[in-house]
Design a protein. Structure first.
Length: 197
């Protein structure tokens, strides 16, 4: 009982444990309950459809990716919550989008105004260059001021309407949406301007 094992007994014990480990399925960790029949059948079907050829597997993966991207594009156009990308999913992000889309923002005019200001700054006349500089400054101050005001209102709306949800990143998400022109926003706006959210 308390004696040392001989050299012959030790390797025999090791081979038994190695064989037992090989017999156990490597995919199923120890202590995992036996899968239900329909789960096992689904796994077998998935394994059966995996092609042995690398080119065929790559082609199927491309096709699956294309189908997923098509569904995401359609969801971005229609607002279908099921197929939206993870960054746009959830009631918090939806409220942020609707809150931003129901208001007018100076930031959404940034690109057209930037082009106009840039053209003014290229004119060799010093008066036009001074005007363009003042317009740049005015535009930046207006965007920062309205963004601060929008952020405060959005935080308040999120706290009031969705108090139990995680609001992390929702305000930044909404502010980034204000920088896009309304017709170029994705997901497409679901509310009209001035509509109560």
């Amino acid at each position: 009982m308390f004696r040392r094992r001989t050299q012959d007994e030790q390797p025999a014990a090791r081979t038994v444990t190695v064989e037992r480990d090989r017999a156990r399925d490597p995919q199923a960790p120890k202590g995992r309950p036996t899968p239900k029949r329909n789960e096992a059948q689904t796994q077998r079907r998935a394994q059966a459809t995996v092609p042995r050829d690398r080119k065929t597997a790559a082609k199927q993966a491309r096709e699956a990716r294309r189908v997923d991207m098509t569904k995401q594009r359609e969801a971005l156009a229609s607002g279908d919550e099921r197929y939206l990308p993870p960054r746009d999913k959830g009631p918090v992000r939806k409220l942020s989008r609707n809150f931003v889309d129901s208001r007018r923002h100076v930031a959404e005019l940034f690109l057209p105004l930037a082009v106009i200001i840039l053209v003014l700054s290229m004119i060799p006349n010093m008066r036009f260059k001074d005007i363009s500089l003042v317009l740049w400054l005015l535009l930046i101050v207006l965007i920062i001021g309205q963004s601060f005001f929008t952020a405060m209102q959005l935080k308040k709306a999120l706290r009031e309407r969705l108090p139990n949800e995680n609001h992390r990143g929702a305000v930044a998400y909404g502010l980034m949406r204000t920088l896009q022109m309304r017709r170029m926003r994705l997901p497409k706006p679901q509310v009209k301007r001035g509509e109560k959210v």
